[in-house]
Design a protein around this ligand. Structure first.
Ligand SMILES: [Zn+2]
Length: 218
């Protein structure tokens, strides 16, 4: 069961088109896995549509008629579940993972391996410098203690991982920034979607060497 969701504010910003393409893609991918947030998104989109169509005419048109028109338009709008997609998979360690529909058409670069961690970047134009990637952690894998110079948004697509604050399973999202320090690890392995807008900053052990790695996996 999904326990960690994006905030209502983040879903509203996504519906209003105010988020970066990378973050918007990640929110869409979460809503595809989460019935609760998918309904929340549909409700916000309905409210926005009513506001958009009703606002310019409120002074000179009867409100009841506008409501009828808006209702008809919303009824005719196809929902995400009604759209058919060809399934897209990525393969790593001889295992295929199905990607969410939100990621069906975005170009992918090859896998880059860093020990038990592998990273595959999406080719998505980003004006704010953020990057969207798949991050695969092998069973028993761990990322050393680090903090963030920017924001890190993680969506678990398969498997699970844990850090100092909790355990995260398929569909869960985790938001971390410079206020957090953590060391994610996975007993069974996991595939995550990450949106990061600055390199990870390692804080313990061989931090100077690890910070080169931090630039590579973000
Ligand atoms: Zn949710």
């Amino acid at each position: 069961m999904i326990k960690h969701h994006p905030s209502a504010e983040l879903i509203a910003a996504h519906a209003a088109g105010e988020l970066s393409a990378a973050l918007s893609t990640a929110i869409s991918a979460h809503c595809e896995l989460c019935d609760h947030c998918q309904q929340l998104l549909l409700d916000v989109e309905d409210e926005l549509a009513f506001a958009l169509f009703a606002a310019p005419h409120t002074t000179d048109t009867a409100p009841a008629k506008i409501d009828d028109i808006c209702h008809d338009i919303i009824q005719q709008t196809p929902t995400a579940t009604a759209v058919e997609h060809t399934a897209r998979y990525v393969c790593i360690n001889n295992r295929n993972y199905r990607l969410p529909s939100a990621l069906q058409h975005t170009k992918l670069q090859p896998w880059h391996r860093f020990g038990p961690i592998s990273r595959m970047r999406f080719e998505l134009e980003q004006v704010d410098g953020s990057r969207i990637s798949l991050l695969h952690m092998e069973a028993g894998g761990k990322i050393q203690h680090h903090t963030h110079q920017g924001q890190e948004f993680t969506l678990v697509l398969a498997g699970s991982f844990a850090d100092e604050d909790g355990r995260y399973q398929q569909g869960d999202i985790v938001l971390r920034d410079g206020q957090h320090q953590h060391s994610p690890h996975s007993e069974q392995g996991c595939l995550c979607l990450t949106v990061v807008d600055a390199p990870l900053h390692f804080t313990k052990g061989l931090s100077q060497v690890l910070n080169l790695f931090g630039h590579s996996i973000y």
